[in-house]
Design a protein. Structure first.
Length: 188
């Protein structure tokens, strides 16, 4: 999907490719630095995100902002997107059909941003981008390189709010993101 930002936002806003469009208040395409070195991909909008039309604005988003700050970044310096652009009912996990319907939009976002590093926040994001064989508990913290872009699966901030034991591994992953960005900066 070769496109421009205005065209892509219009396409996402008018999407009816799956049933999630029927229950949305707002589509949540993504936001941030359109030329960010780091892109974050989450699962899908929750209630607050659906109401505001912005990704990661609820409790998980507040935690994500603190995690970014801990590695010297703000949400304005990264690009944040989700595997699906509309809220699944009752915050359930998106179905494979729903993620497949949004995948062309996500690919277009990656192509337009052209990040050097992508953090895949949670199992849905990791499977959407890397394939169904990914298991977040097994594969988090393991770098994957695709077409010169470094991808790192890690826990979703919402999982950290539910399970404190995942915070330490997620912190290690965020330090790895920081270090990879520094390494790439030094090489360029």
């Amino acid at each position: 999907m070769q496109t421009s930002w205005p065209t892509l936002m219009e396409q996402i806003g008018g999407c009816t490719a799956c049933g999630l469009c029927r229950g949305r208040t707002h589509v949540v395409p993504g936001e941030g630095d359109l030329h960010a070195r780091l892109m974050l991909i989450g699962e899908g909008p929750g209630e607050q995100e659906d109401l505001q039309g912005r990704p990661f604005v609820g409790p998980a988003g507040q935690l994500l902002e603190r995690m970014l700050a801990a590695i010297g970044l703000t949400r304005e310096q990264v690009y944040i997107a989700n595997a699906v652009k509309c809220r699944p009912p009752h915050n359930r996990v998106p179905t494979p059909e729903e993620t497949a319907a949004c995948l062309p939009y996500l690919r277009a976002q990656v192509a337009l941003v052209r990040p050097r590093v992508i953090a895949l926040l949670g199992a849905t994001a990791a499977r959407t981008v890397l394939g169904d064989g990914v298991r977040i508990t097994r594969d988090r913290g393991r770098w994957v390189e695709r077409k010169g872009v470094f991808l790192l699966p890690t826990y979703h901030p919402a999982a950290l709010l539910r399970d404190e034991s995942k915070k330490r591994p997620a912190w290690e992953d965020f330090k790895a993101l920081r270090d990879k960005l520094a390494q790439l900066d030094a090489e360029s």
